[in-house]
Design a protein around this ligand. Structure first.
Ligand code: GDP
Ligand code: IMO
Ligand code: MG
Length: 464
């Protein structure tokens, strides 16, 4: 077995890149001599959340990182909160890829991320306090990543206040305004922060404009001098990590390295494909990994969709299968409180209309189902197979929010297993009803089930 693995690794990592190096770089040569379907365990994988975020992506990323060389965050900001439990220690990662917890792996914060430099510096300090090594050998930050500045946070908050009961329920991390500035071409980037004089000059102008916006909201403006001092201090902490991540990733691809793209948020929080306007401000779906990293689509081998065995959502917006009684049960078990803001997550039954759509938009090849153990005590479990709006049967979620709010979920019922699953190590060790439930989720989502998770720890992961 060990010898077999060794031969396989030599083939994948040495022979394949060598043959490729001597092949003319022509269309169709993926940089790996072995076709992706033979590289069954890892290859270049985009991991996406298939629901409304918090699907357990952090845990699955950490599990898969064992086989990867590089882990990349390509969108979102510190609105994300990815929980990883290693031994007795719990880590919640917001901006730094979850791969940081495994020695010898490179983590990349790529161009598509919006980055609060003070939050990253704090996250690095927090990890170091827990004895996690963070050096320029294992962390690289794109010089094109846009900065989140205090006026973004202030405007985020003011917009939410102004919306009142129609608020989005953002994390108030300034994500929307920061991506807004990027699209409006007035954002500041890491490369600006690395040039103190230029940064100060640009910042001064931006503070002026944004303070006028804040005043229009009737709010206090932000202080240029304070931001300048704080940000330039963080800049010196981050300087060793900053570079061109696109070039780094392409060199890694040439060398046959395997890359894992750590999605943040989830499909229905995607700016284009989610439940707009109750979404975040980046492309959380698979395509976002390409634009957000500069790695082209034909270099991606696999899309893995992560989903809970039920559904949760934090923040406002339509949620067809929401069920308060089920939510109370999960909250009573101490589960489903947000990793970033601590808010109680809204909970509901598994929504196969949503996951099927996520399968389509992302091109999901296979799925990882987490939190199966959350259903252990139930006698009967509901799965939403389609929606009804008036007399109409809907197989896909309508894009219009008012129509979606109007949709009634139609359920099938599956018998529960009423047995603890957290100690199961193989699929066969799961109760038959739990196996049937998982098969049903995969069948309705129209994807292959490859991972089932029965607890928050690394060991509580079943590979099929
Ligand atoms: P992410 O944002 O997608 O990384 O997910 P979060 O970390 O925000 O939330 C997922 C929560 O579920 C975290 O508290 C994880 O520790 C926990 N978790 C993940 N998989 C499992 C599982 O299979 N069982 C249990 N009990 N908890 C899990
Ligand atoms: P991870 O990566 C769950 C939600 C917020 C709000 C909406 C917009 O941990 O899955 P924003 O601050 O982004 O402008 O908020 O998006 N949201 C998340 N919900 N998990 C997340 O990230 C989220 N990031 C943002 O609650 O409804
Ligand atoms: Mg989360």
């Amino acid at each position: 077995m060990l010898f077999g693995n060794f031969v396989w690794e030599v083939l994948r990592r040495v022979v394949s890149p060598l043959i490729c190096a001597f092949l003319p770089a022509r269309h169709g040569c993926t940089g790996k001599f072995l076709p992706p379907y033979l590289i069954t365990d890892m290859a270049n994988t985009i991991l996406v959340g298939a629901q409304w975020g918090d699907e357990g992506k952090g845990k699955i990323i950490d599990f898969l990182t064992e086989k990867a060389d590089i882990v990349v965050r390509s969108q979102g900001g510190n609105n994300a909160g990815h929980t990883v439990i290693v031994g007795d220690t719990k880590y919640i990662l917001h901006l730094i890829p979850s791969g940081i917890l495994r020695a010898g792996k490179k983590c990349v914060i790529a161009n598509g991320v919006v980055l609060d430099p003070i939050a990253v510096a704090k996250e690095i300090d927090g990890l170091r306090e827990k004895k996690v090594k963070v050096t320029k050998a294992n962390l690289l930050i794109s010089d094109c990543a846009h900065l989140v500045l205090p006026y973004h946070r202030a405007i985020d908050e003011q917009r939410e206040l102004k919306k009142g009961k129609n608020k989005i329920g953002t994390t108030k991390r300034g994500i929307g305004p920061a991506y807004g500035d990027k699209a409006a071409r007035v954002g500041l980037r890491m490369s600006d922060l690395m040039q103190p004089e230029l940064f100060s000059q640009k910042l001064k102008e931006r503070v002026k404009e944004n303070n006028a916006v804040l005043e229009a909201f009737g709010a206090k403006g932000v202080k240029f001098k304070e931001i300048e001092a704080e940000y330039l201090e963080a800049a010196e902490k981050l300087r060793p990590f900053v570079g061109n991540t696109v070039v780094y990733l392409h060199e890694a691809l040439k060398a046959g390295k395997e890359i894992l793209f750590e999605g943040a948020q989830g499909t229905f929080l995607d700016l284009d494909h989610g439940t707009y306007p109750y979404v975040t401000s980046s492309n959380t779906t698979a395509g976002g990994a390409c634009t957000g990293s500069g790695v082209p689509p034909h270099r991606m081998d696999r899309v893995l969709g992560v989903m809970k065995a039920y559904t949760t959502r934090v923040g406002e917006g339509p949620f067809p299968t929401e069920n308060d009684e089920f939510g109370d049960m999960l909250h009573g078990m101490g589960r489903e409180f947000g990793s970033t803001t601590g808010r109680a997550r809204r909970c509901g039954w598994f929504d196969a209309v949503a996951t099927r759509y996520a399968g389509m938009v992302n091109g999901i090849d296979d799925i990882a189902v987490t939190n199966l153990d959350g259903l252990d005590s139930l006698a009967t479990i509901k799965i939403c197979t389609h929606y009804k709006r008036g007399n109409k049967k809907l197989e896909v979620p309508p894009s219009d929010m008012l129509q979606l709010t109007d949709c009634k979920p139609v359920y099938i019922e599956m018998p529960g297993w009423q047995t603890p699953t957290h100690e199961a190590k193989t699929f066969g060790e799961l109760p038959p009803n739990a196996q049937a439930y998982l098969h049903k989720l995969a069948e309705l989502t129209q994807a292959k089930l490859t991972i089932a998770s029965v607890g928050p720890n690394r060991e509580q992961t079943i590979v099929l």
